[in-house]
Design a protein around this ligand. Structure first.
Ligand SMILES: C[S@@+](CC[C@H](N)C(=O)[O-])C[C@H]1O[C@@H](n2cnc3c(N)ncnc32)[C@H](O)[C@@H]1O
Length: 244
């Protein structure tokens, strides 16, 4: 099921990186407007980014002294990540692969696993979380963000709920001028939390960043976010968990 997602990202990577023009940093909301400092104290730590995309987060943590591995499905995205690492003169172990199969990594080989804005493209969170649990050392942390599943079923301009929160699974979006459809997967908040628990994680914190003032938001690089709606509903869900 990852083939379609890989095709989409290979087809869109160059335009995406050009248009998003994201700074190096850990951008929990995928476009750089909620820069929570959740990954401090990374110096000397072994860190795995699960879906490293263009490498903006990977490079940021490598510059803070962490030993980074970045895995991503898309060779085109990885090419951007490698170029960014070269530009910033940091060494990162980039691998092509799916976050649902981490067989190439040893048990208990990482202190931190994380990602930002990736799990909306991943169907099998159970497989990913089980693998992440396996490769983390005891006390290892797992931190990730994704579009908030509640925001995701609401239409930006009307603020109407246009989808069912309970209809999880695959959806496809066609874009003008693209031969490949975008393939995404809906999850519920409880589905994500319970998948973490089932994998063995202890859930530490959940964040739904936001304020009630529309002036505090920007519409995102493609106008895909509506400040008025963002001031009503959380657009981002961030979870922190650890392995005992
Ligand atoms: C929006 S980018 C996020 C990249 C990065 N976290 C950032 O903030 O710049 C999403 C990335 O997830 C990757 N991806 C999606 N599904 C994946 C999977 N199953 N395994 C590995 N990478 C995946 C895509 O190829 C894409 O590069």
């Amino acid at each position: 099921m990852t083939g379609d997602v890989e095709d989409w990202w290979d087809a869109t990577a160059d335009a995406f990186q050009d248009e998003i023009d994201m700074d190096v940093g850990v951008n929990w909301d995928g476009f750089g407007h909620s820069n929570f400092e959740l990954l401090t104290d990374v110096d000397g730590k072994d860190v795995l980014e699960l879906g490293c995309g263009g490498g903006q987060c990977t490079v940021a943590l490598a510059k803070r002294g962490a030993n980074l591995t970045g895995i991503d499905l898309s060779e085109k995205q990885l090419a951007h990540a490698r170029a960014l690492a070269d530009e910033h003169d940091v060494t990162i172990d980039f691998r092509k692969g799916s976050v649902t199969d981490l067989a190439e990594f040893d048990d208990e080989s990482y202190d931190i696993a994380f990602n930002a804005w990736v799990f909306q493209w991943v169907e099998d969170l159970d497989a990913c979380f089980a693998e992440t649990y396996r490769v983390l050392r005891p006390n290892g942390r797992f931190v990730f963000s994704l579009p908030h599943p509640v925001y995701d079923v609401t239409e930006g301009s009307s603020h109407e709920v246009t989808g069912s929160y309970f209809e999880t699974g695959r959806r496809e979006i066609s874009h003008d001028g693209m031969d490949v459809d975008q393939v995404l997967f809906r999850h519920t908040v409880s589905g994500i939390v319970n998948a973490l628990v089932d994998a063995g994680f202890t859930v530490d914190r959940m964040h739904e960043p936001g304020t009630p003032d529309p002036e505090d938001y920007e519409p995102g690089p493609w106008g895909e976010y509506t400040p008025a709606l963002m001031s009503k509903l959380p657009a981002v869900l961030i979870l922190e968990a650890h392995k005992e």
